[in-house]
Design a protein around this ligand. Sequence first.
Ligand code: NAD
Ligand code: 89V
Length: 343
Amino acid sequence: MAKIKGALIGCGFFAVNQMHGWQDIANVEIVAICDRDPERLRIVGDQFGVARRYQSAEATFADGGFDFVDIATTVGSHRALVELAASHKVPAICQKPFAPTLEDAKAMVVAADGAGIPLMIHENFRWQTPILAVKAVLDRGTIGTPFWGRISFRSGFDVFSGQPYLAKGKRFIIEDLGIHSLDIARFLFGDAHRMTARTARINPDIAGEDVATMLLGHDNGITSIVDVSYASKLPEEPFPQTFVEIDGSTGTLRLGKDYKLTVHGPEGTTESLVAPKLLPWASRPWHNIQESVALIQKHWVERLAARQEPDTSGRDNLQTFALVEAAYLSARRGETVSLVDLL
Ligand code: NAD
Ligand code: 89V
C-alpha cells in the first residue's frame, strides 16, 4: 500500500517527538523537512534519515510531493504557515498555541475551509492515557452526572532550559500550558461560556505569568476550576502530570500522583494505575506527553484517510483558544468574561 507522505516544518525541541511518532506509524513517511536554522535541519535530517531538506517553507511547498504538512514551529509563524499550506491545498497540522491572537486563529480556520483542507491543532494532552482513562469513567456513568471538576497542574520544573522562548513572552503559563488544561476541561466537561481568572508572576526572571487560577462555567451547568503553576516547589516534582478531581451525582473520581485513579460510586471504591506507556524512544518524565503525541498523530492519519474532521480540528480548537483569550482578558480587567463576546 502506498505510504501517506508528510513534510515537517520546524525541527526544534519538540519536533523530535513528532518525528518519532511518525516513524512509529507504518503507512506514513516524512519525505521532507524544513527549518530556517541549518543546524537543526542537519540534526533532525540525519537522525531520521530525511534527504529532502529546506530552509524555507515556500521552497518546501513549491517542490511539494507530500500529502500533509506538520507545522512544529513556535506560535508567531503559525498563521503564515497554515495560510501557505492552504494556498497549496495541503492538509495541515499546526502545533498549539493555535495563533498569537483569536483573530489570527479565526482567519486560519477560514483559510483552511476556503481551501477545503483539514486543519488539526496538535492539542495532545487530551490524548494522554490517564486523561483518556478519566473520560472512560465518565462515559461509563459510574459517578453519575458530573457537577464539579478541577484540572490541576502545579510544578516547579525548569521548562526554560529546554524552551528558552517561554521565559521571554509577555504571555507564559496560560498560553503555553494552561491551554492544554483548558482543553482537557472542555474534553471532560464540554464547552464553557464564562471565565473568571487571576494570574501572578512569582519567578522574577521571566516576562509572563507563571501562575493562573481559572473558574469556568460550562454550557451544561458544570463548574470547573483550572489551576496551573510553574512556581510550586513541591517535595516530589510531579511534572508533567495533570491531576483531576470530579464530583458527580452518584460518586467521585480523583486522578492523583503517579497516575493513581480512584473512583468511588454506588458499587464501592476502586483504585487503579493509569500510567502511560514508556515508548522505546521516550524518556521520563516526558513519556506521558510523548505517548500522547504518537496517539494524536495516529488519530490524524485515521481521520485523513476517512476524510473526517479530527477531534481537535481548527474549528474545535477555537473554543479552547477563546478560553485562553478570555482568561487573559478576565485577569487584566478583574471581571468575568463571556465567551460569546469573543467567538
Ligand atoms: P523551538 O524553538 O525549539 O523549535 C522551533 C523551530 O522552528 C526552530 O528550530 C526554528 O528555527 C523553526 N522555525 C521557526 N519559524 C520557522 C519558519 N517560518 N520556517 C522554518 N522554520 C521555522 O520550539 P519548540 O519548543 O520545539 O516548540 C515548537 C512548538 O511546539 C511551539 O508552538 C510549542 O508551544 C509547541 N510545543 C508543544 C508541546 C506539546 O506537548 N504539544 C510541547 C512543547 C512545545
Ligand atoms: O506541553 C507543552 O506545551 C510544553 C510544556 C509541558 C513545557 O508546557 O511547552
